[in-house]
Ligand binder design. Structure first.
Ligand code: NAD
Length: 489
């Protein structure tokens, strides 16, 4: 089934109870194309309190039926939805690209396919996500059931508008919850276009709904008294607000996937080409707008000069792939919007005022759109903002180090703890360093990657809880203990 939506027929209504409806309020979102700054639309609905209440009521009504539906039927609905996403990969990626600016080959295709695959993965769990039982020697049999929570929600960012839908909606729906999706105000179109696919897959009305809006819509969701869980991906300041709103309202469950400033530690004994390839890919994928990008690169002094030469060349090579996301040869698109461009440019400008030495990049490309050169600073002051803060653009900092002890201390001296990487051919060192990193994920001879079947998420302020694998199902269910009295006659 081909989606009716495209660049010339944008979805501009909320998807509630399996129907497209106008929002109750009059506020609208304005969207621009980062490739050239042109207006894409100024009439995309911003869901207000009434819209959120209507969607929650529809979800509540649908919940009993959806949680009771047979495992095979539910699995087939999720499979069908995955299939429909794949059939519409091109158009969904295009709907994302017009406001995110990510090229199809290097990002759009990947994240739409990842969304489909996550639905398939979670569908496969439906009849395998077992409960527990405990000995009955005391006369009571104890059965533990995994119960869904009710109406749940996902608030997602702009940098992975479809990938993050899979990470949240798929486990929520697989475990029998109803789900409301709130896409980012910067990238709402692919999410809003899911309506016909949701319906055609067979989701009953009210089970899977989409409300576009900005932070005000997100806040209504996070503080709603009848939403039982929010899974959020975005910045640390917003994540903290969401946790606070959840606590102040109904203690809804919260999963937080937040920012990072991830270190890659490159030892003298590594395979140099491999280290250069992974670290340069890590900071330029999706124009550096990736939460787990390796943005701090630490290189042992014995190979420092050689690494710098390779890394600089790799970044120059990357710069030659920057261009319009609609062109086939482009590998790196623009930053998402003017605000992000100003933010990243500000870091680069201030970085040159005594924080570090500009090795490569630093310039805007062209005078239209939000293109920027992949940028590297060396000799960076470890207390400076370019070393300590998440820039969320194609900007990395490099420092040399002498000892493992010294670099583990610097790697972990941060509020973040999302990803880390170690490059070495010494297995003992690799495992020691991997265990000593304070982070949710560690790559050995690789970095900045994820897998659908293994836990994804951060420690410290990079997040609370995990997505992917069985952990995602646990995050959308709660154990219920049923005690059976076997002594009763
Ligand atoms: P953001 O926090 O500004 O917005 C994320 C979402 O939250 C959007 O949908 C937004 O509308 C909503 N929101 C904003 N204010 C809100 C409020 N007060 N209450 C409820 N919802 C609100 O983040 P962003 O700029 O969209 O995304 C970039 C950030 O996301 C970066 O910090 C990045 O590292 C992080 N991120 C993390 C992961 C991860 O898995 N750890 C993945 C992708 C992005």
């Amino acid at each position: 089934m081909a989606s009716k939506f495209s660049k010339s027929n944008l979805p501009k209504q909320l998807f509630i109870n399996n129907e497209y409806v106008d929002s109750k309020g009059s506020k609208k979102l304005t969207l621009k194309n980062p490739a050239d700054g042109s207006l894409v639309a100024d009439d995309v609905p911003l869901a207000d309190e009434r819209d959120v209440d209507i969607a929650v009521a529809a979800g509540e009504k649908a919940f009993a039926g959806w949680r009771a539906i047979g495992a095979v039927e539910r699995r087939n609905i999720l499979y069908k939805f995955a299939e429909l996403i794949e059939e519409n990969l091109d158009s969904l990626a295009e709907l994302t690209r017009i406001t995110l600016g990510a090229p199809f080959e290097t990002f759009g295709k990947f994240e739409a396919a990842m969304c489909a695959e996550t639905f398939r993965y979670n569908a496969g769990w439906i009849d395998k996500f077992a409960g527990e039982s405990y000995p009955q020697d005391d006369g009571f049999m104890k059965i533990v059931r995994n119960e869904p929570l009710g109406v749940t929600a996902g608030i997602v960012p702009w940098n992975g508008p479809l990938g993050t839908v899979g990470l949240k909606a798929a486990p929520a729906l697989a475990t029998g919850n109803c789900f409301i999706l709130k896409p980012s105000e910067k990238t709402p179109f692919a999410a809003l276009a899911l309506g016909p696919l949701i319906k055609a897959a067979g989701f009953p009305p009210g089970v899977f709904q989409v409300l576009s809006g900005d932070g005000s819509t997100g806040a209504l969701i996070a503080s709603h008294m009848k939403i039982r869980k929010v899974s959020f991906t975005g910045s640390i300041p917003t994540g903290k607000k969401i946790q606070e709103m959840a606590a102040k309202s109904n203690l809804k469950r919260v999963t937080l996937e937040l920012g990072g400033k991830s270190p890659a530690v490159v030892f003298d004994d590594c395979n140099l080409d491999n280290a250069v390839t992974w670290t340069s890919n890590a900071i330029t994928a999706n124009t550096g707008q990736v939460c787990f990008a390796a943005s701090r690169v630490y290189v042992q002094e014995g190979i420092y000069d050689k690494f710098i030469e390779g890394y600089k060349n790799a970044m120059k090579e990357k710069a030659s792939g920057v261009g319009s996301p609609d062109e086939k040869k482009t590998t790196i698109g623009p930053l998402v919007d003017e605000a992000q461009f100003k933010r990243v440019s500000g870091f680069i400008e201030r970085g040159q005022q005594g924080q570090g030495k500009l090795l490569v990049g630093g310039q805007r490309i062209g005078d239209k759109g939000y293109y920027i050169e992949p940028t590297v600073f060396t000799d960076v002051d470890p207390t400076s903002e370019i070393h300590t803060q998440e820039i969320f653009g194609p900007v990395s900092v490099v420092r040399s180090f002498k000892t493992e002890e010294e670099i583990m201390e610097l790697s972990n001296n941060t509020q973040f703890g999302l990803m880390a990487g170690v490059f070495t051919q010494d297995i003992n060192k690799a495992l020691r360093v991997a265990s000593n990193f304070d982070s949710g994920m560690v790559g050995v001879n690789c970095v900045s990657m994820m897998f659908g079947n293994a836990p994804f998420g951060g420690s410290k302020e990079s997040g609370v809880g995990r997505e992917c694998g069985i952990h995602a199902l646990r995050a959308f269910t709660e154990p219920k203990t049923v005690m059976i009295n076997l002594t009763y006659q």
